[in-house]
Write a protein that binds this ligand. Sequence first.
Ligand SMILES: Nc1ncnc2c1ncn2[C@@H]1O[C@H](COP(=O)(O)OP(=O)(O)OP(=O)(O)O)[C@@H](O)[C@H]1O
Ligand SMILES: [Mg+2]
Ligand SMILES: [Mg+2]
Length: 455
Amino acid sequence: MEDLKIIGSEEWCVFKSLGVPAIKARVDSGAKTSSIQATSLKVITKNNQEWVKFEVTPLQENRSITIPCEARLVDRRMVKSSSGISEERLVVKTPVTLGEDTFDIELTLANRDTMEFRMLLGREALTDRYIVNPAVNNQIQEFTEDEISARYKPYFKEKTGLKIGLLASNPKLYSNMRLMEAAEARGHEIVFLNVEQAYMKLDAHSPEIRYRGGNILKDFDAVIPRIKPAVTFYGCAVIRQFNNLGVYCQNSAESITQSRDKLFASQLFSKNDIHIPITGFAKSPMDTKDLIKMVNGAPLIIKLLESTQGKGVVLAETNKAAESVINAFKSVNTNILVQEFIKEANGQDIRCFVVNGKVVASMQRQAEKGEFRANIHQGGKASMIKITQEEKKLALKASKALNLAVAGVDIIRSNKGPLLLEVNSSPGLEGIENATGKDIANEMIRAIERKLKFS
Ligand SMILES: Nc1ncnc2c1ncn2[C@@H]1O[C@H](COP(=O)(O)OP(=O)(O)OP(=O)(O)O)[C@@H](O)[C@H]1O
Ligand SMILES: [Mg+2]
Ligand SMILES: [Mg+2]
């Protein structure tokens, strides 16, 4: 016991033979084997032995430094993730240096970028060497920030900007052109990626995304998803793949999927105590009459579950009309929501543009004469508006409920106070930039910089 050293909760490890000058490990006596976050895994044969090539992004704060490594493969192990799923992980063996001691360590290569720390130091490496004192850090080796900078100096690439992918469909669309412009203006490299031309390889060790023609899409720091409704399913699969490869996606596949389903989203809102117009959903035409009563009768709104630009939103003026329209949709198996009509809104609604938990712009939209839908695509006119504290809170709460970093939140003013209409995951920039004069594209790019701690 006496010659065991005290090790803290976080320690710097050096891997000379891998070429990793310093990597901070979380000391985790709960884990048997140590692990390191690794991407682009590839098993190769060297002198009749199996080796693994992989890449390590060793610094938590700087994702632009990636070190190519090679180590001998000693095992393949099934590991249970926190969600209970078993996955095969490659295990390599390599010398590690902690302070004055150098010893061989087995490392599981964790190829999913979910770890806060880039490395975990497990029991096997600690036993007979260290006693853990979780209250302290850097007991074995302390590196100052300057020392880390010096150690990493040769690795700092001449990289002045991020590499961002704009995952969308039409490069000529105002919003997409503005995002490309804003990213370039801030010194980043931005690549337009047509979502339907990206395809993927699903493989435990070397998952990939390729682009038409066979190019592998790699080295992306971030992806801005701008997925049109018609490609939601495929687009979200591509976003998930980028995410699995450790690329930051400004809106996640999950939140986009949720926001696209008006019923699912409305259930999330009511669960989170977010007020929406009274809304009903029913399967059978036998319930239509009561459904209409439930939302206070006609005039009422009927909405297709997946609709945008106001195309799938209908106003039924009388109970009779409502009943026949609802039953007509049901007869062709189309899912619809039935909603209380907020007459006092007078064809007005409010669009709040939310970026990373902040309302960066808001506008009022006024429907054309004789029209109740305020959508700009339906001829609505936009103007500046100062929203109330309550409306701001509502917008932020709604985007938070869906976990969207970028969201277009539609709010309607009713006699009961502001009500949430819907949250869009790819809100257009044209209407709101023109109405408010705000540079929203720039806000979105800056939000990515902040998330990636790029400055
Ligand atoms: N319950 C309601 N009462 C009054 N007006 C409504 C109601 N629901 C929707 N509207 C009007 O219809 C417009 C379109 O509705 P909604 O935003 O739900 O549909 P959408 O087709 O998804 O539009 P978007 O293009 O914003 O995604 C709203 O902006 C609003 O002006
Ligand atoms: Mg919508
Ligand atoms: Mg809308």
